[in-house]
Design a binder for this molecule. Sequence first.
Ligand SMILES: Nc1ncnc2c1ncn2[C@@H]1O[C@H](COP(=O)(O)OP(=O)(O)O)[C@@H](O)[C@H]1O
Ligand SMILES: N[C@@H](CCOP(=O)(O)O)C(=O)O
Length: 361
Amino acid sequence: MSSSRVYKINVPCSSANIGPGFDVCGIALSKSLSLKVTIPQPGSAASSDENILPQIIYSGLDSDNVPLSPYKNLLTRVALYVLRSHGITNFPSGVIIEAHNEIPFGRGLGSSGAAVIAGVLLGDLLGGLNLDKGRLLDFALMVERHPDNVSAALMGGFIGSYLRELSPEDMSAAAIPLAEVLPEYPPDAGPDWGKNPPLPPKGIGHYVRFGWAKEIKAIAVSPRFELATAKARGVLPDTYSKKDLIFNLQRLAVLTTALARSPPDANLIYDAMADKVHQPYRMTLIPGLPKILTELTPTSHPGLLGICLSGAGPTILALATHNFDSIAQDIQQIFKAEGVEVDWSVLDVDERGSTVEEITP
Ligand SMILES: Nc1ncnc2c1ncn2[C@@H]1O[C@H](COP(=O)(O)OP(=O)(O)O)[C@@H](O)[C@H]1O
Ligand SMILES: N[C@@H](CCOP(=O)(O)O)C(=O)O
């Protein structure tokens, strides 16, 4: 019998918002963060050595700047939060985590959402907890705090989601600062460290999966600069006019059904992907965005269905049925005129969502 069991955790990237669906909609797409997790079995040499912290190894995109201490790395901090919430104060001994990342950091393709979901699944696996998807989402929402990217990454497909209104008691748990949910290092390595962390209220996030017309693909054009989601949320106003709110609600109601219809109606979708809640405010952070949102249309670019900011940006998401290269190249040219280089790819919708499978040889 093998002295270790080996698992693979796979989490897709996501494009959140989708035009008028700020903090509501998300699509899981075909780039992923995957973890190979090797867990020594009881009685093996590696498991009997106490307190061997997880060894973290990264490959792929943006892997050079990731902290490899399990008390500083986002994946393992989230996993430890899930373990501590179930009375397990530290990692099992001798675990090896090999992460391979295809999701660029800070570009609006849900790298942090994927890392948080991977961390929750890792905690569930290491603790043998068997949490259901709803509870996994509760833990992710204590860290990520908006449901669109994490719901899509966990469930797969095109997802709409909302956060339950919390009772005053639950509200105080959900308002706990992230630093307390995810301490970077045991503050005092004393015997009580890690006991009684703030638990997520039950059933915070709710979601529904919309249909998706099979001919629609997503062109992701990613500028080569990072825009932290926190910074891009910082430029948004606290209040909106009735007119702008109605503008978005009308489009959102139409868009969620229009994207499921075959063949897709480009004119309907193009208008329904307009937004007045986040894109106008984020234009200051993304050179070229105003031009991209107005100059490419289904008439100028047959096959194009609609364009929006992916997540908090700066990636542009163009939905299309054909002519992918010419759409991407014209977006690339607009960025280039602003002095911004890009990488682009044509992605499929990931229908599976996150998976955990045993791959012990
Ligand atoms: N696989 C990962 N492992 C560790 N940390 C990650 C990983 N992916 C993302 N992060 C952290 O999340 C940050 C990006 O989060 P954020 O600003 O929300 O952008 P994004 O739009 O890519 O989610 C990174 O700078 C990094 O600190
Ligand atoms: N609704 C959020 C989505 C952030 O997604 P990310 O992929 O950029 O982390 C927002 O727009 O702030």
